[in-house]
Write a protein that binds this ligand. Structure first.
Ligand SMILES: [Zn+2]
Length: 171
């Protein structure tokens, strides 16, 4: 499976790595009894460009509370993973945002999602000016970018699937 690309304002791209996408699609709520899932996005801001690569996602962890239409992440457990990856990578693997699933074909953020994203932008520690938010629907993966200042959340346009060989070399 290839990854997914989304276009940022200004023409830069957000690449969702194939392995991370595979992990996310495992949690698609394609059956009625599936609970919502979520976690954090980890990856790299590419030096010398505005491109971003999401290399890895955390799965739901012990302590997260999940129902069919809600997901509450236990911050401390996911923060442990963020901190571990950051130090293992010498500071290149960063917290980039978060993801969760929706039991609908094409996901649309709820008011609660938008309020939660705003709270992340206010409270979370991160490099750069923005965080990324993915919602995994049953048929589609959608992405948004939220900026700290001025506070705005914009949808990112999906780009056609990446050609074999890729645009961003894996490192
Ligand atoms: Zn949601």
């Amino acid at each position: 499976m290839s990854g997914r690309l989304f276009r940022r304002a200004g023409g830069a791209v957000v690449k969702l790595d194939a392995a991370a996408l595979t992990d996310l699609l495992r949690f698609r709520q394609s059956e009625f009894q599936h609970a919502e899932a979520g976690g954090v996005l980890l990856g790299r801001r590419i030096l010398g460009s505005a491109d971003v690569v999401i290399d890895e996602v955390t799965p739901p962890l012990d302590g997260d509370r999940r129902t069919r239409t809600t997901f509450h992440r236990t911050q401390a457990r996911h923060q442990q993973v963020i901190d571990a990856r950051w130090s293992e990578s010498g500071g290149t693997c960063q917290y980039l945002g978060e993801w969760h699933t929706h039991p609908e074909p094409i996901p649309v953020p709820s008011l609660i999602d938008v309020l939660d994203w705003c709270r992340r932008l206010d409270e979370d520690r991160f490099d750069g000016e923005s965080l990324f938010f993915l919602i995994i629907g049953i048929d589609e993966v959608r992405a948004w970018e939220g900026f700290r200042q001025p506070r705005v959340i914009v949808p990112l346009d999906p780009l056609p699937a990446e050609p074999p060989g890729g645009i961003t070399p894996a490192s």
